[in-house]
Ligand binder design. Structure first.
Ligand code: SF4
Length: 369
């Protein structure tokens, strides 16, 4: 999702950086191997990785953007999208420059594809304080891939927890066992964004990723070694990233490895960046993918980026009634009882939390008596 507030981008100075944690020294020289993402860049002195924010400085790996925040704004958590964790809460969303993916349609390319170290200087305590003062309930690490700056995110997250805030990653999932273990130190919620249902031809040509398998390994690791709530998104790109075969494979993986209650969102593609000439995804294509998810046994599938579509709502698997009615990123009606069971039939609906007291989405939310 495009950010609405940018800070500090004009400074342009080089951050002092900080030694990274996730890397290994390669025996017999001064080369290093970064272990923050599945690219595992091997770098000689003076070289930076593909993401542009981690580099070899005299035989050690530095994270150049530690303490540099290039974008930040307060969003509803539903914008991430996350709909089964702390619904109706607000997250202070931050990013740095750089990314480990090269998506040709990236809506945040002005941040993610910069290879300059820019942004406002903010310590982890500054970030947590800014989030609290903005009235946020959590911090989201988003807009670019947060794993590339995970040491900074981890330190922000630990400061956030001292203030009672939660931490959410919006990630492409192209991670490593080491980065997953670090996630386990501070993450409460993780959204993994698939692109084109991880069809390898699409990821090679339009994302610059040769093999999507590490994403699946990340999800297994998060399941086994963290306590984070997980949601899945899948960006469906018309004509080139809309394979029904791979969507079905992805749904089967989610069902078998993460469980049929895992939310999955099929997101509409909007033309941008180097793919401005492509059309938006037809709504019927998204509806077909939703049907595939249902056929594969996923109970909570959604259509995203189509405000007003009935598949934005949560439906009770027990009786079929609308359990949570949404419009865009807002909740219009909450049909669960105090234990998050369907008010109509009592079937449990696996949502963590409920809209906070006083929540209003444009004044439309109606709570059950
Ligand atoms: S985080 Fe950056 S430097 Fe590290 S492996 Fe990934 S692309 Fe390379």
């Amino acid at each position: 999702m495009r950010s609405t507030f940018m800070c500090g981008g004009a400074r342009g100075g080089v951050a002092p950086g900080r030694e990274a944690v996730l890397y290994e020294r390669i025996a017999g020289g001064d080369r290093v191997r970064c272990t923050a993402c599945a690219r595992y860049c091997e770098l000689g002195p003076g070289q930076a990785g593909l993401c542009g924010v981690r580099g070899n400085e005299g035989g050690r790996l530095d994270l150049y953007v530690y303490g540099r925040v290039v974008a930040g704004c307060v969003d509803p958590v539903e914008k991430k999208p996350v709909v089964h964790y702390r619904p109706g809460t607000r997250v202070y969303s931050i990013a740095t420059t750089g990314c480990n993916w090269l998506c040709r349609y990236c809506q945040n390319h002005d941040v993610s594809q910069r290879r300059r170290v820019e942004g406002a200087e903010m310590s982890p305590a500054d970030v947590a304080r800014a989030a609290a003062e903005a009235g946020a309930d959590g911090i989201a690490y988003t807009y670019n891939e947060p794993s590339i700056f995970i040491e900074f995110a981890r330190d922000c997250g630990l400061e956030a927890r001292k203030r009672g805030l939660y931490n959410a990653f919006v990630s492409n999932g192209y991670d490593t066992p080491q980065s997953v273990d670090m996630m386990g130190q501070f993450l409460d919620c993780l959204t993994v964004d698939f692109k084109g249902s991880a069809e390898p031809g699409f990821t090679r040509r339009y994302v610059g990723v040769p093999d999507p398998e590490p994403i699946f390994e990340t999800l297994r690791g998060v399941r086994d070694r963290t306590r984070a709530h997980v949601e899945i998104t899948d960006l469906i790109v018309p004509g080139v990233g809309d394979s029904e075969e791979y969507a079905r494979r992805l749904c089967a993986f989610v069902r078998d490895e993460l469980g049929p209650d895992t939310p999955i969102h099929f997101l509409r593609f909007h033309p941008d960046y180097k793919m401005s000439g492509f059309p938006p995804t037809p709504v019927r294509t998204l509806e077909r993918h939703h049907a595939i998810a249902a056929e594969e046994g996923l109970r909570y599938a959604y259509v995203g980026n189509v405000p007003g579509h009935p598949l934005e709502h949560t439906y009770c698997p027990g009786c079929g009634a609308v359990a949570i009615r949404r419009f865009g990123f807002g909740i219009e009606w909450w049909g669960l009882d105090g234990a998050n069971r369907c008010a109509a039939c009592g079937h449990p609906v696996p949502v963590v939390g409920a809209p906070p007291p006083g929540y209003r989405a444009g004044g439309r939310l109606r709570l059950l008596p």
